[in-house]
Design a protein around this ligand. Structure first.
Ligand SMILES: C[S@@+](CC[C@H](N)C(=O)[O-])C[C@H]1O[C@@H](n2cnc3c(N)ncnc32)[C@H](O)[C@@H]1O
Length: 345
């Protein structure tokens, strides 16, 4: 049996896209604002009182749904379908959408859009450790729960990623590698390769257990000294030098200035000729969806410091860090794909 479970994640995340839609129609009144006159994305965000991150979640969502559209002059306007969501329209669907406007998830989405995240972050945010702030990734129970929650997805996608990565007697640095499955699958395919799995200490305890289980399942000897478990803080600590760096589901947890900073650190850890590979879901470069990516972006906006970015945004950070993006952009699974860049000098 080799069925594609994409409908599961697609429908799981649709809830967040729906919340954004209802927030836009009933609370932020995006369609009435833009029906008056098209505005630049930045100006529309400003008039709605939104910071750049929530604006970059809201507008790609509505563009992807076909309710807003880019005007020839680069401003955002209401599409013919979106006109059903303006007050003046006859008939208008605002009242029908409004049946959901008091839903608790919608109200919380409105609050998070206006606040650029949850009001209370005293317990930290999932999958994020920054500075001295508390993080569930440093709590033994929470980090185990969050890490194991990603294990099924990682098991599914890791073999698909490994088959696209460079091969040979290289050293792989899997930054924020979580469960470790992406490293394990690459080592399995590359008997001469070595790897460092870098993450928070509590997460690596779980990864060590999963490695034993993985090797038993594949009936291979333990990876032994081919793998180094390196606990640390990728934002602050020195990173080991590598020929190949994998950043999987990583940038989407962080705001864009942190992404640019991390890209620069990662480029610094690569040897000349080395390659950085990013595994993620991507917005279209013109920010018009696609809807599975914007739904995922809304889910990440809800729970982390990030959102989904386009390939072009990743490639701009690469160029700023003297990496040369590759034209090869393979898909893997579950709406995920790869982009990569090479350190030429
Ligand atoms: C969404 S998970 C991705 C895990 C894995 N790459 C995957 O694709 O399944 C993000 C990972 O980043 C790690 N992380 C967050 N902040 C970190 C930091 N400052 N230093 C090192 N790892 C960090 C988390 O512990 C978590 O394992």
């Amino acid at each position: 049996m080799n069925l594609d479970p994409t409908p599961v994640t697609r429908h799981l995340r649709a809830m967040y896209g729906s919340r954004v839609l209802i927030a836009a129609v009933c609370h932020l009144r995006v369609f009435d604002l833009l029906a008056e006159q098209p505005l630049s994305l930045a100006e529309c965000g400003r008039q709605l009182g939104l910071a750049p991150r929530p604006a970059m979640v809201l507008f790609p969502t509505l563009l992807g749904m076909g309710l807003l559209e880019w005007q020839p002059d680069g401003r955002l306007g209401v599409s013919d379908t979106g006109r059903y969501l303006t007050s003046g329209a006859v008939p208008s669907l605002i009242g029908y959408v409004g049946l959901e406007q008091e839903d608790a998830g919608v109200l919380e989405m409105v609050a998070r859009l206006k606040n650029d995240g949850p009001a209370d972050t005293s317990d930290g945010l999932s999958y994020v450790k920054e500075g001295d702030d508390p993080s569930p990734m440093d709590d033994p129970e929470e980090s185990r729960r969050f890490t194991l929650a990603l294990a099924g997805r990682a098991r599914l996608l890791a073999p698909l990623v490994a088959k696209h990565l460079p091969t040979g007697p290289k050293h792989l640095l899997d930054v924020a590698g979580g469960t470790g499955y992406y490293t394990f699958e690459w080592l399995l395919r590359n008997p001469e390769g070595t790897a460092t799995l870098f993450d928070r200490p509590q997460v690596l305890e779980v990864a060590k257990e999963l490695m034993e289980d993985f090797c038993r399942g594949k009936q291979v000897q333990s990876f032994g000294d081919r793998i180094t478990f390196c606990p640390g803080d990728m934002l602050e600590d020195a990173l080991p030098q590598a020929d190949l760096l994998l950043a999987g589901s990583l940038f989407h947890d962080w705001p864009d200035d942190t992404c640019a900073y991390l890209m620069d650190r990662f480029a610094g850890a690569l040897r000349t000729g080395g390659e950085l590979w990013i595994h993620d879901t991507f917005l279209n470069d013109d920010f018009v969806g696609p809807v599975p990516a914007t739904d995922y972006s809304a889910a990440l906006f809800w729970a982390t410091k990030g959102r989904i970015y386009s390939r072009a945004e990743h490639e701009a950070w690469m160029r700023a860090s003297d990496l040369t993006p590759s034209a090869n952009r393979p898909a893997t699974g579950l709406e995920y794909g790869l982009v990569s860049g090479r350190k030429q000098f």
